[in-house]
Write a protein that binds this ligand. Sequence first.
Ligand SMILES: [Zn+2]
Ligand SMILES: [Zn+2]
Length: 239
Amino acid sequence: MPPLEDSLETCAICMLDHNAKLSVVLLPCGHDFHNSCAREWMETRATRDDQSCPLCRTVTKEIVDESGNSDSPGYPFGEIGEPTRSALIYEEQPRMLQQLLRETETRLSRCEELEEDEAKGEEYRQDMQSEKRKMESRREQLHRMLREFAEGEWTQELQAQLEEHEMILMVQERFDAMLREHEERMRRHHELMQRICDQEEQMREMQRRWESFWMEDRQEHEDQGEVGREEREQQPQQF
Ligand SMILES: [Zn+2]
Ligand SMILES: [Zn+2]
């Protein structure tokens, strides 16, 4: 183990002088490293709880730079290109992605500020430039992840609307079928009613004919009856 004064002068990760690059202090343990070295170390960890100090393994809660700016150790995230496995955990969480994006924007503007600092050495400025490129790539990745999430949401919503629409169509088809069935029943009903009316009319006609026949027949009988009675009534008188 090196004496304490040595670890204060150089970054324990790259062993270069602290002044060469932007240096940060990890909290709560208070060990200091170059910002890029510490971030790179943190980003190789699988989870937030694994983000511990490379020297003493205390879980890092906060990173403070030499100007007193403080932020979280950052989420595990691939340097360039595809996000790491751990970053994918946040892919379905827009709130987390938004937070990552805010952190990224803050660090990016900080890098741009420090990059312009004429008092710093060439290595320092190069370190800031590479950090800036990393943040720009991350910002792009985050925008893409947020966009994909929004598209996924939109697709789901569209799917739900489509299903609802299909259900409405199905109900409507059933209603149409019921209506057609009802119309057919009504048509048959009217047909039957018409037939009953026709039969009633026929029956009335038959009744009229029968009545007139009966009337004629009765008249005939009555006429004959009158004659017979007269004959019968007259006959005894003849004896
Ligand atoms: Zn270093
Ligand atoms: Zn430590």
